[in-house]
Design a protein around this ligand. Structure first.
Ligand code: SAH
Length: 240
């Protein structure tokens, strides 16, 4: 066991600490939080403002709309926080988050997440701390907090003991290069729609083949990028 005894820790630097744990206090993540399987710390960036108005933002040099979070205030918040894990700024300019990065973060000691507001954070503080920038996707949120919640949720469900059956994690979307096959449960017939016959057959190998075929079809149709990666990996596996 190389894993340290301290629980995986998410530290969120934010102007809105009251947004946490929010959704992370419920269901799977919430139960695990209460059980001590992971820890959540918030750091109120406003607590590091030094002027009498406690201002955390100012107008952008060069003009233009909106406000920018001040480098000195954000730097003080980072410096004043002892916490494990890489420092990440949630940002639409970041590298899009994927399951591979989520997995890396989940096996580490934790993550420190800087949430922007307004137009974002002064570039110099990102440079000074060599901050990793991660995006949730090609759309713009009003703040980094919902993105931080999504990232933490994705990590927490990979922590040992959080999800009951380990197979659930192995089979699902993105652990391979394929999207997941479709799921069905009771009622067996619903609004005139039947469940695919094969799933009722009890024939495990045929079910497995059907699911594989459906996963491949979904990936080919919906995500040509993942499909190409899958094909490339398959042909490399054949050559080896
Ligand atoms: N002016 C910026 C948007 C700022 S939105 C631009 O056009 O790029 C305010 C904050 O929301 C950002 O600082 C960032 O922390 C967060 N945010 C917005 N969209 C995001 C996304 N797609 N992924 C992660 N964080 C995002």
């Amino acid at each position: 066991m190389t894993r340290s005894m301290a629980a995986w820790t998410a530290t969120v630097l934010t102007l809105f600490p009251e947004m946490f744990p929010g959704p992370l206090g419920h269901s799977l993540a919430g139960t695990a939080l209460q059980a001590g399987l992971w820890r959540l710390e918030t750091v109120d960036i406003r607590g590091f403002a030094r002027d009498k108005h406690r201002s955390v933002d100012d107008t952008p040099f060069g003009g233009g709309p909106g406000m920018v979070m001040r480098a000195d205030v954000v730097d003080a918040a980072i410096a004043g926080t002892q916490a494990p894990g890489p420092l990440v700024y949630l940002s639409p300019r970041g590298r899009p988050l994927d399951q591979a990065r989520v997995t890396e973060l989940a096996v580490g000691p934790g993550v420190r997440l800087l949430c922007g507001r307004f137009e974002g954070v002064d570039e110099r503080v990102l440079e000074a701390h060599a901050v990793e920038e991660i995006s949730l996707g090609d759309f713009v949120l009003s703040g980094g907090e919902p993105a931080a919640i999504a990232l933490i949720d994705a990590c927490v469900r990979l922590l040992p003991g959080v999800v009951g059956a380990a197979e659930t994690l192995v089979e699902e979307s993105f652990t391979g290069d394929l999207l997941e096959y479709p799921h069905y449960t009771r009622p067996q017939e619903w609004q005139g729609r039947a469940v695919p016959e094969i799933l009722l057959s009890g024939h495990h190998e045929k079910v497995r083949q059907w699911r594989q075929a459906r996963a491949e079809a979904a990936t080919r149709e919906r995500r040509p990028d993942l499909w190409q990666r899958y094909l490339a990996r398959q042909s490399r596996a054949k050559e080896a």
